[in-house]
Unconditional design. Structure first.
Length: 360
């Protein structure tokens, strides 16, 4: 009798062998969106005629599976604006891909919730930006979006679908995060709050005006418990200091990639450097191509400004953000440095208070 290997067994074998095979693919099905969120890095809520067709997405899924990808995320724009979304997702399910969905939830009614249930997604991630309609709808720019989003979460949870709620923390909603967390918990979901607002992928920085200022950021970090260093985190920091690349070298182009709505293969949704286009090349040639090999070959020594940086231990550097800000993925992204500087200050202050308390 031949022992059957589990997915975890295959993943562990791949990890040990060091194969350059992507585990995860992100598929941006469309740029179109029915909301007008003030902080969105896509800048343009309109779809375009050159977006990949359903047939081209099926081919993309086939190539990703043949390349070895196990997991996928369908995102946009708003994926449910595509009339053929279910066709594409059902094909991924047929090919044995484990996938999650990212949506604003406003187009999920009971029939759509039933259809999503039949897809057996690993999870559905829904965006919620306020604990009230007043705040959420002001951020999305569309009246009534809060009610529709809450209803979508309820419909999905009624069907035992795992729901993760994502919120971007900004000046407009920073004082509502705890209230949002309670609403989400009461609905049987969990919250992921992210204070990083990216510049627009087409060059605009208008949306970054919604970032928290330094005082707001500090207050948010403290309220969320950032900067506390329990024993486990101390252990992790020691490991990071021994392996400086762990904290500042992301896995894009190593374990994952993104396909944009127009067919460009990029390291990730933020790092929008086209390494090739699926309308002209096959995925395998792009994945093992010159640009991807160059990006995955990035070493800590290449990050000149990270080496010796005083805020390194508090930094989670984003190569995509560096690319968006400067056009160079090896640069230091100013927003990452701002965050790490503030967090380092909070940690030092907590350390001084702890020493003072011990001496009393």
């Amino acid at each position: 009798m031949v022992d059957k290997k589990s997915l975890i067994d295959f993943m562990e074998e791949r990890k040990q062998s060091g194969e350059l095979i992507p585990l995860t693919a992100t598929f941006e099905l469309t740029y179109a969106c029915n909301l007008r969120c003030c902080h969105c890095y896509l800048e343009n809520c309109q779809g375009s005629s050159d977006e990949l067709s359903a047939e081209q997405w099926r081919s993309c899924i086939d190539q990703a599976v043949d390349l070895g990808a196990y997991f996928a995320a369908f995102t946009g724009g708003e994926i449910l604006l595509r009339h053929d979304f279910l066709e594409i997702a059902r094909y991924a399910f047929k090919r044995g891909v484990f996938f999650g969905l990212q949506t604003n939830g406003t187009r999920i009614d009971a029939p759509m919730a039933d259809a999503i249930q039949d897809l057996h997604p690993t999870k559905v991630e829904i965006s919620l930006y306020g604990a009230s309609a007043e705040v959420h709808d002001r951020i999305t720019g569309v009246p009534g979006s809060f009610k529709k989003t809450i209803t979508a979460i309820e419909l999905l949870r009624d069907r035992d679908i795992k729901v993760g709620v994502k919120t971007t923390v900004m000046s407009e909603n920073r004082d509502q995060v705890q209230s949002i967390r309670k609403i989400v918990a009461d609905l049987g979901a969990w919250l992921s709050a992210d204070p990083v607002i990216m510049p627009g992928i087409f060059g605009s920085d208008e949306n970054t005006s919604h970032r928290m200022n330094d005082d707001e950021y500090r207050e948010y970090m403290i309220s969320e418990g950032w900067g506390r260093v329990p024993d486990k985190e101390v252990e992790d920091l020691v490991k990071d200091n021994n392996r400086p690349d762990r904290r500042v070298l992301c896995t894009s182009a190593k374990k994952r990639f993104t396909v944009t709505a127009r067919g460009d293969v990029v390291p990730c949704a933020i790092w929008q450097h086209s390494c090739g286009n699926l309308k002209q090349q096959d995925l395998k040639s792009i994945w093992y191509g010159e640009d991807m090999n160059r990006f995955r070959g990035m070493k800590f020594a290449d990050l000149k400004k990270c080496n010796g940086c005083e805020t390194y231990e508090s930094c989670v550097r984003c190569a995509g953000l560096a690319y968006m800000e400067t056009g160079d993925h090896l640069e230091c992204p100013s927003e990452s440095h701002r965050m790490s500087t503030l967090l380092s200050e909070i940690r030092r202050e907590r350390g001084k208070k702890a020493i003072s308390t011990e001496n009393e």
